[in-house]
Design a binder for this molecule. Structure first.
Ligand SMILES: C[S@@+](CC[C@H](N)C(=O)[O-])C[C@H]1O[C@@H](n2cnc3c(N)ncnc32)[C@H](O)[C@@H]1O
Length: 215
């Protein structure tokens, strides 16, 4: 795993790497050969929190001789600061970090080769969604889908023709419904890894464009 700032002060109001994070890292490791073949230019991590997932991905690519650029976007200012520190600690220099709500201010027409998102997936009352602090790490609203559902329809606009999108979900997020929405947007869905962690059935979903969509 990549090195992260370890004291409570350094992590501050930032999501500390947990079971979901570790499953995500394992899935990326599983995908090493696929990602090497993809030879990505731009990796975009939404909600990097500590930054460990994006930074780990960058170093995995670097070990394969692939000099990609990492864009990291988090709504929490402390998460962007922590991601910067994690990148520095792990010698990742090709990185742009922005505090932003999802992709609202970005024009990235089909330029992202690898999109990573461990979203706020916990089912909560809708009123808890929309924080810019630590609550943004987990509060997912109805079915834990309120942030996820804002992203799904725009993935097709930002992902390159051969691009891949990986996302963490739990069973309550209704993965079959997510796959149905992504299918309507021209994407195949597969499960890279699943694990029961305490009360959460976690999975890492992988989305790639259907062959007919890349022509
Ligand atoms: C579950 S944490 C994941 C953190 C880290 N990627 C990991 O796997 O440990 C979700 C992250 O998404 C961020 N986030 C939540 N809503 C967001 C939004 N609308 N736009 C950007 N980032 C958001 C949170 O601030 C938090 O850092």
């Amino acid at each position: 795993m990549a090195q992260v700032p370890t004291t409570q002060d350094a992590l501050g109001d930032v999501y500390e790497p947990a079971e979901d994070t570790y499953l995500f890292l394992d899935a990326i490791q599983d995908e090493k050969v696929y990602l090497s073949t993809l030879n990505p230019n731009i990796v975009l991590e939404l909600g990097p929190g500590s930054g460990v997932v994006g930074v780990y991905t960058m170093n995995l690519l670097k070990s394969q001789g692939i000099p990609a650029i990492l864009m990291a976007i988090d709504i929490n200012q402390e998460a962007t600061a922590c991601t910067k520190k994690t990148a520095q600690l792990n010698n990742v220099v090709n990185i742009e970090i922005v505090r932003m709500d999802l992709l609202t201010q970005l024009q990235l027409r089909k330029q992202v080769d690898v999109l990573l998102f461990n979203p706020p997936y916990v089912p909560t009352p809708s009123e808890e969604v929309g924080s810019i602090g630590i609550e943004a790490a987990w509060a997912g609203g109805i079915n834990g889908r309120e942030v996820i559902d804002r992203l799904l329809p725009i993935v097709k606009n930002i992902l390159s023709d051969t691009g891949v999108f990986y996302m963490v979900i739990v069973a309550e997020n209704r993965p079959k419904d997510i796959a149905r929405i992504m299918s309507a947007n021209g994407f195949n869905t597969t499960v890279v890894r699943s694990r029961q962690a305490f009360n959460e059935r976690l999975s890492i979903l992988k989305f790639t464009r259907m062959a007919s969509e890349t022509l």
